[in-house]
Design a protein around this ligand. Structure first.
Ligand SMILES: *Cc1c(COP(=O)(O)O)cnc(C)c1O
Length: 462
């Protein structure tokens, strides 16, 4: 059958009952604002931003069910009813035995690293994440990247760029000895690679191999539902499986997890540590009192735990996850159609622009990605962020900039916040900057903070 209607449109699986009004600014307003912010989108005021794609962390819209759950907060210091709801949601949807709430993901990373890592240990993982690596290092460990090589190539369209290079990992284990490796750190929908998934077969193989050496697997499960959706769509044998079952199978190959509920789980704050081993659980339950709060609230209000419990259930809903990733792909495909260079395949939580190809006339030492993020903001008030030379910083020994392979601008999509029309505006704005790209000049850094410079650095136009 040939019909021009064969490809049907999709729409958001929710309707809107409360709105937040946006500020519409003029180009002159935005020029003033970005100059004041030193051409750094992190230093813009939210009120000067029209469509905010800085991050998907804690920026989701909660559902009416989550908001009504907030009214049922049991704010008892110990044994809050909401804690038990959270525990039940984690057991039911992820299958982990023990749960300890934390104020956000890094709180769980801190506790876990303190318990499992000894000075001199090596922690292999599928690409680093900023806070995860820092907590490993603070506990005396060293991160070792064992993600497949393709993950570092923005043009390689391999569907599972989050996979671990099993051979590389096994060689590392043989070289250092399994005693020096407390666990393998496995992220689903790898953030720094552009939201790229790991396959189920890679996970199965990893479990088999690590079992041989008696090494644990700890799961950074911040975006596990997004990963599960890619498995359903792209891996053989999963197209008829339910997302919740795929999520549970992923978790079943791991021994525990750290979670930032600010991503997948659709809340504005919160996280947890989940673990199957009773001894580790007992240690963590003790340690959480020092850093976060009692083990039945861990730095959260009762109402926050209720919202997470409901959010977890909503996050594995088929219609939700299809629309969530559908929206990211909609934006990515639009840009691709315009001929704009983006990281492929399109990832789970955002679209990443390849600034090296977008602005080839700007030297990496004049920060093409930083420049591009500022230009997009000036054009339309859309806020994105730099993931390139500024973010990766300097080598502490030589003082030289790392000049990473990937020089990217990240347009991260909050969940359930913006409509398809907003995505059209974003794509058209990037297209308009792209057609004027030859006139764009780079930046010079005029203020450089010592730590994590991308947050607060300031620049001047060349
Ligand atoms: C956000 C994030 C974290 C840290 O979680 P926070 O809630 O921001 O502390 C850890 N890992 C990944 C992959 C993340 O995206």
């Amino acid at each position: 059958m040939t019909s021009k209607f064969i490809k049907r449109s999709w729409a958001e699986p929710y309707k809107i009952k409360m709105v937040e009004l946006l500020n519409i600014t003029t180009k002159a307003d935005r020029m003033r604002a970005i100059k004041q912010a030193g051409f750094n989108t992190f230093l813009l005021k939210s009120r000067d931003v029209y469509i905010d794609l800085l991050t998907d962390s804690g920026t989701s819209a909660m559902s009416d069910r989550q908001w009504s759950g907030m009214m049922l907060g049991d704010e008892a210091y110990a044994g809050s009813e909401n804690f038990y709801h959270l525990e039940e949601a984690v057991r039911k949807n992820y299958g982990y035995k023990y749960v300890i709430p934390t104020h956000q993901g890094r709180g769980a990373e801190n506790i876990l690293s303190k318990i499992l890592i000894k000075p001199g240990d090596i922690i292999p993982g599928n690409m680093y994440f900023t806070t995860t690596r820092l907590h490993q290092e603070l506990a005396g460990g060293t991160f070792a990247d064992v993600i497949i090589k393709k993950a570092h190539d923005p043009d390689d369209e391999f569907p599972f760029k989050g996979n671990i290079d099993i051979q590389k990992l096994e060689n590392l284990i043989k070289k250092t000895g399994s005693k020096k490796i407390p666990y393998i750190s496995v992220a689903t929908a790898v953030n720094m690679a552009g939201g790229q998934p790991i396959s189920m077969s890679n996970l199965r193989e990893l479990r088999k191999m690590t079992d041989k050496y008696g090494i644990k697997i700890i799961h950074d499960m911040t975006r596990v539902a997004e990963n599960a959706y890619f498995i359903k769509r792209k891996e053989k044998g999963f197209s008829k499986k339910k997302i919740v079952d795929i999520v549970k199978e992923i978790c079943s190959y791991t021994d525990g997890a750290t979670m930032s509920a600010k991503k997948d789980a659709l809340v504005n704050i919160g996280g947890f540590l989940a673990i199957n081993d009773k001894k580790i659980y007992e240690e963590a339950r003790n340690l959480v009192v020092v850093y976060e709060g009692l083990h039945t609230y861990g730095g959260l209000a009762g109402r926050d735990m209720e919202a997470i419990a409901i959010g977890i259930t909503e996050s594995v809903d088929e219609d939700h996850i299809r629309a969530r990733i559908g929206q990211v792909e909609y934006l990515g495909n639009k840009m691709r159609d315009f001929g704009i260079p983006i990281v492929l395949p399109i990832g789970g939580h955002g679209v990443f622009l390849n600034a090296k190809k977008f602005l080839p006339h700007i030297k990496q030492t004049n920060y093409p990605a930083q420049t591009l993020a500022a230009e997009i903001y000036i054009d339309s008030g859309v806020r994105s962020m730099e993931r390139g030379n500024v973010s990766s910083g300097r080598n502490p020994e030589t003082g030289k900039e790392y000049l990473p392979d990937l020089e990217l601008v990240r347009l991260t999509i909050p969940r359930r916040v913006y409509t398809q029309a907003h995505m059209d505006v974003v794509a058209e704005s990037v297209e308009s900057v792209y057609s004027n790209r030859k006139k764009i000049k780079g930046l010079k850094m005029i203020y450089e903070p010592k730590y994590l410079r991308f947050f607060q650095a300031k620049f001047k136009k060349l």
